[in-house]
Write a protein that binds this ligand. Structure first.
Ligand code: ATP
Ligand code: MG
Length: 138
Protein backbone atom coordinates (compact mmCIF):
# COMPACT_ATOMS: atom_id res chain seq x y z
CA UNK A 1 0.00 0.00 0.00
CA UNK A 2 1.26 3.44 -0.91
CA UNK A 3 1.89 5.79 2.01
CA UNK A 4 1.48 9.13 0.19
CA UNK A 5 -1.52 11.00 -1.10
CA UNK A 6 -2.25 14.38 -2.64
CA UNK A 7 -4.49 16.94 -0.98
CA UNK A 8 -5.83 20.43 -1.71
CA UNK A 9 -7.19 23.05 0.67
CA UNK A 10 -9.68 24.52 -1.80
CA UNK A 11 -10.33 28.23 -2.48
CA UNK A 12 -13.41 28.40 -0.22
CA UNK A 13 -11.41 27.24 2.81
CA UNK A 14 -8.49 29.54 1.96
CA UNK A 15 -10.86 32.52 1.57
CA UNK A 16 -12.51 31.71 4.89
CA UNK A 17 -9.13 31.77 6.67
CA UNK A 18 -9.12 28.05 7.44
CA UNK A 19 -5.65 27.04 6.16
CA UNK A 20 -4.25 26.97 9.69
CA UNK A 21 -7.21 25.09 11.16
CA UNK A 22 -7.03 22.41 8.47
CA UNK A 23 -3.25 22.00 8.77
CA UNK A 24 -3.68 21.61 12.53
CA UNK A 25 -6.17 18.79 11.91
CA UNK A 26 -3.76 17.16 9.45
CA UNK A 27 -1.02 17.22 12.11
CA UNK A 28 -3.37 15.96 14.82
CA UNK A 29 -4.38 13.04 12.58
CA UNK A 30 -0.82 11.80 12.28
CA UNK A 31 0.05 12.81 8.72
CA UNK A 32 3.51 14.03 7.81
CA UNK A 33 3.48 16.92 5.35
CA UNK A 34 6.10 16.14 2.67
CA UNK A 35 5.37 19.12 0.41
CA UNK A 36 3.11 22.17 0.61
CA UNK A 37 2.61 25.36 -1.39
CA UNK A 38 0.06 28.05 -2.19
CA UNK A 39 -0.95 28.15 -5.88
CA UNK A 40 -3.50 30.16 -7.83
CA UNK A 41 -4.59 27.85 -10.66
CA UNK A 42 -5.44 29.20 -14.07
CA UNK A 43 -8.69 27.93 -15.56
CA UNK A 44 -6.65 25.74 -17.94
CA UNK A 45 -4.69 24.23 -15.04
CA UNK A 46 -7.91 23.48 -13.14
CA UNK A 47 -9.40 21.89 -16.29
CA UNK A 48 -6.28 19.74 -16.65
CA UNK A 49 -6.40 18.64 -13.04
CA UNK A 50 -10.10 17.69 -13.17
CA UNK A 51 -9.99 16.32 -16.76
CA UNK A 52 -11.67 13.05 -15.67
CA UNK A 53 -14.80 15.08 -14.84
CA UNK A 54 -14.92 17.04 -18.13
CA UNK A 55 -18.20 15.44 -19.25
CA UNK A 56 -19.95 16.07 -15.91
CA UNK A 57 -22.54 18.87 -15.64
CA UNK A 58 -20.63 20.51 -12.78
CA UNK A 59 -17.29 20.69 -14.65
CA UNK A 60 -17.51 24.37 -15.68
CA UNK A 61 -18.54 25.47 -12.18
CA UNK A 62 -15.92 23.28 -10.54
CA UNK A 63 -13.02 24.55 -12.65
CA UNK A 64 -14.16 28.16 -12.36
CA UNK A 65 -14.33 27.78 -8.57
CA UNK A 66 -10.94 26.05 -8.35
CA UNK A 67 -9.31 28.89 -10.30
CA UNK A 68 -11.17 31.67 -8.44
CA UNK A 69 -8.62 32.14 -5.65
CA UNK A 70 -5.44 30.54 -4.31
CA UNK A 71 -5.46 27.05 -2.87
CA UNK A 72 -2.94 25.00 -0.90
CA UNK A 73 -1.57 21.84 -2.53
CA UNK A 74 0.08 19.18 -0.36
CA UNK A 75 1.76 15.80 -0.33
CA UNK A 76 0.58 13.96 2.80
CA UNK A 77 2.19 10.83 4.20
CA UNK A 78 0.72 8.22 6.51
CA UNK A 79 0.17 4.46 6.34
CA UNK A 80 -2.77 3.93 3.98
CA UNK A 81 -2.66 7.64 3.14
CA UNK A 82 -5.29 7.70 0.37
CA UNK A 83 -8.02 6.22 2.58
CA UNK A 84 -6.85 7.96 5.76
CA UNK A 85 -7.03 11.39 4.09
CA UNK A 86 -10.41 10.68 2.48
CA UNK A 87 -11.71 9.53 5.89
CA UNK A 88 -10.50 12.77 7.49
CA UNK A 89 -12.13 14.84 4.69
CA UNK A 90 -15.50 13.08 4.87
CA UNK A 91 -18.18 12.72 2.18
CA UNK A 92 -18.13 14.93 -0.94
CA UNK A 93 -21.30 16.76 0.16
CA UNK A 94 -20.64 18.45 3.53
CA UNK A 95 -24.34 18.05 4.40
CA UNK A 96 -23.86 14.27 4.43
CA UNK A 97 -20.35 14.24 5.90
CA UNK A 98 -19.78 12.72 9.34
CA UNK A 99 -19.24 14.84 12.44
CA UNK A 100 -15.58 15.58 12.99
CA UNK A 101 -14.65 15.50 9.29
CA UNK A 102 -13.08 18.48 7.54
CA UNK A 103 -15.88 18.85 5.01
CA UNK A 104 -18.50 18.80 7.77
CA UNK A 105 -16.63 21.48 9.68
CA UNK A 106 -15.26 23.66 6.88
CA UNK A 107 -17.24 22.83 3.69
CA UNK A 108 -20.11 24.98 2.44
CA UNK A 109 -21.71 22.86 -0.32
CA UNK A 110 -21.10 19.88 -2.60
CA UNK A 111 -19.21 22.20 -4.97
CA UNK A 112 -17.35 24.23 -2.34
CA UNK A 113 -16.30 21.47 0.00
CA UNK A 114 -13.02 22.75 1.49
CA UNK A 115 -10.66 19.94 0.50
CA UNK A 116 -9.66 17.50 -2.23
CA UNK A 117 -8.07 14.09 -1.86
CA UNK A 118 -6.81 11.56 -4.39
CA UNK A 119 -9.08 8.53 -4.82
CA UNK A 120 -6.39 5.87 -5.48
CA UNK A 121 -2.65 5.31 -5.15
CA UNK A 122 -2.35 5.57 -8.92
CA UNK A 123 -4.14 8.94 -9.06
CA UNK A 124 -2.18 10.17 -6.03
CA UNK A 125 1.06 9.66 -7.97
CA UNK A 126 -0.38 11.44 -11.04
CA UNK A 127 -1.76 14.36 -9.01
CA UNK A 128 1.46 14.78 -6.97
CA UNK A 129 3.44 14.96 -10.23
CA UNK A 130 0.96 17.55 -11.61
CA UNK A 131 2.03 20.02 -8.90
CA UNK A 132 5.41 19.00 -7.50
CA UNK A 133 8.83 18.05 -8.82
CA UNK A 134 10.80 15.39 -6.95
CA UNK A 135 13.03 18.14 -5.51
CA UNK A 136 10.01 19.75 -3.78
CA UNK A 137 9.03 16.59 -1.89
CA UNK A 138 11.09 16.17 1.28
P1 ATP B 1 -12.37 15.47 -4.67
O1 ATP B 1 -12.03 14.77 -5.96
O2 ATP B 1 -12.43 17.00 -4.82
O3 ATP B 1 -11.57 15.02 -3.52
P2 ATP B 1 -14.56 13.66 -4.32
O4 ATP B 1 -13.60 12.61 -4.77
O5 ATP B 1 -15.22 13.47 -2.99
O6 ATP B 1 -13.87 15.08 -4.29
P3 ATP B 1 -15.61 13.73 -7.00
O7 ATP B 1 -16.76 12.90 -7.43
O8 ATP B 1 -14.23 13.34 -7.43
O9 ATP B 1 -15.67 13.88 -5.40
O10 ATP B 1 -15.91 15.21 -7.47
C1 ATP B 1 -14.85 16.15 -7.58
C2 ATP B 1 -15.34 17.49 -7.08
O11 ATP B 1 -16.34 17.96 -7.96
C3 ATP B 1 -15.98 17.48 -5.70
O12 ATP B 1 -15.08 17.59 -4.64
C4 ATP B 1 -16.86 18.70 -5.78
O13 ATP B 1 -16.09 19.87 -5.53
C5 ATP B 1 -17.30 18.69 -7.22
N1 ATP B 1 -18.60 18.04 -7.36
C6 ATP B 1 -18.86 16.71 -7.32
N2 ATP B 1 -20.16 16.45 -7.46
C7 ATP B 1 -20.76 17.67 -7.63
C8 ATP B 1 -22.10 18.11 -7.84
N3 ATP B 1 -23.11 17.24 -7.91
N4 ATP B 1 -22.32 19.43 -7.94
C9 ATP B 1 -21.31 20.33 -7.86
N5 ATP B 1 -20.02 19.98 -7.68
C10 ATP B 1 -19.75 18.67 -7.56
MG1 MG C 1 -12.45 12.80 -6.55
Amino acid sequence: MNNQTFGIIKPDAVRAGNIGNIIQRINDSGFKIRALKLVHLTLKEAEGFYAVHRERPFFAGLTEFMSSAPCVVMVLEKEGAVKAWRDLMGATDPAGAEEGTLRKEFGDSVGENATHGSDSDENAAIEIAYFFSNLEIV
